[in-house]
Design a binder for this molecule. Structure first.
Ligand code: NCD
Ligand code: ZN
Length: 345
């Protein structure tokens, strides 16, 4: 096969940032994706309906001319989140999900939740109205090894929350372990997971072997190869609980290439090529549409996108090593393999 036409895809986990960075990265996603679930971890975070409206309007203003891209907004859950404001934001169609960051787990998560009992009334209301909770699934306990933080989170935090709040619809974001794959497979219809592009193609050796590679560092950090293989098997399985959320997370090179550099891989530019290459190598191109264009929308109870996207196979694809954002540059994810599929204009 050298040509594939599918329904237009959705990116169910994306960081667009704000200001110059927003204007630089939005076209990279809007070129191929109809919709994206936009993460609220700005500084300060997007906590209220009013803030989500203002952020949505800034995104719409930054949209390339002629693009019909639609941002799906989220609220950042804090211990002070107002239930009524959240419900109104959902019922008006403004927001699609609420994001839970354990306090201190990742980039810009200082306002996240430390005491989970404080957010129980909010979670109960979300279960009642069917508003999904997107979860950054890592414990922040400094005594837990960073490679174990996702698996420990399932046992210590996520499973207790789901038992405590029956009917809560949860998306475990950017899963990185076979433990998470198994947990989601067993979780019933109220549980799903996003998988990123980069976690499908790199393992921790890419970050650490032969010299440290800051552009492969993200959170949750990539794990050993057996875990990557579990993610690939989930992504190509045709199981509707697993769908794409790229977690494309731009940081200026100046912020990544430091003694203490930021976490995040910027994959928006070449995500479609990477995914097509991977699915083809797994003999699973017929499963790509479900993973990127069908299951995510179905979980969020959104209508499927109307348009189509065509991928064609040919000579190795080229893409810029970095994109300019104001005076800064954002390095594009290097999949460490030749890519042959490009999106037809
Ligand atoms: C994200 C970011 O930069 O905002 N970073 C990352 O490594 N994935 C935050 C997140 O999703 O954890
Ligand atoms: Zn993210």
């Amino acid at each position: 096969m050298d040509k594939l036409t599918i329904r237009r895809p959705d990116d169910m986990h994306l960081h667009l940032r704000d200001g110059e960075m927003l204007r630089a990265v939005l076209p990279e996603t809007a070129r191929h994706f109809s919709r994206a679930l936009v993460m609220p971890n700005l500084v300060p975070p997007v906590v209220t309906g009013r803030e989500a409206t203002a952020y949505r309007d800034r995104i719409l203003a930054a949209k390339p001319q002629g693009s019909d891209f639609r941002p799906l907004m989220t609220l950042y859950l804090t211990e002070d989140t107002d239930v009524h404001d959240m419900r109104a934001a959902f019922e008006s169609g403004l927001i699609t999900a609420v994001k839970l960051y354990p306090a201190g787990a990742t980039t810009n998560s200082a306002s996240g939740v430390a005491d989970f009992t404080k957010v129980k009334p909010v979670l109960e209301e979300m279960a009642r109205i069917g508003l999904p909770l997107c979860v950054h699934g890592e414990v922040t306990d400094p005594t837990v090894d960073i490679f174990d933080r996702e698996a420990v989170f399932i046992d210590r935090v996520l499973d207790p929350i789901r038992r405590d709040v029956p009917g809560l619809r949860v998306v475990m974001e950017h899963i990185t372990t076979s433990d998470a794959v198994a947990y989601v497979r067993d979780g019933g219809e109220d549980l799903a997971a996003t998988i990123t592009t980069h976690h499908l193609v790199i393992n921790r050796n890419h970050i650490l072997a032969g010299g440290i590679k800051p552009h492969y560092y993200c959170l949750p950090v990539a794990k050993r190869e057996t875990h990557r293989l579990a993610l690939v098997s989930a992504a190509i399985s045709g199981e509707a609980a697993f769908f794409l959320g790229t977690d494309s997370a731009p940081h200026a090179d100046a912020a990544k290439l430091l003694p203490c550099g930021c976490a995040g891989c910027f994959t928006a530019t070449n995500t479609m090529s990477v995914l097509a290459e991977l699915f083809e190598s797994e003999d699973a191109l017929d499963r790509l549409e479900g993973f990127i264009s069908v299951y995510g929308a179905a979980f969020y109870r959104l209508p499927p996108n109307a348009g189509t996207l065509t991928l064609v196979k040919g000579d190795p694809v080229t893409y810029p090593a970095s994109i300019a954002a104001g005076d800064d540059f954002v390095t594009v994810f290097d999949p460490d393999m030749p890519l042959h599929w490009r999106v037809e204009d």
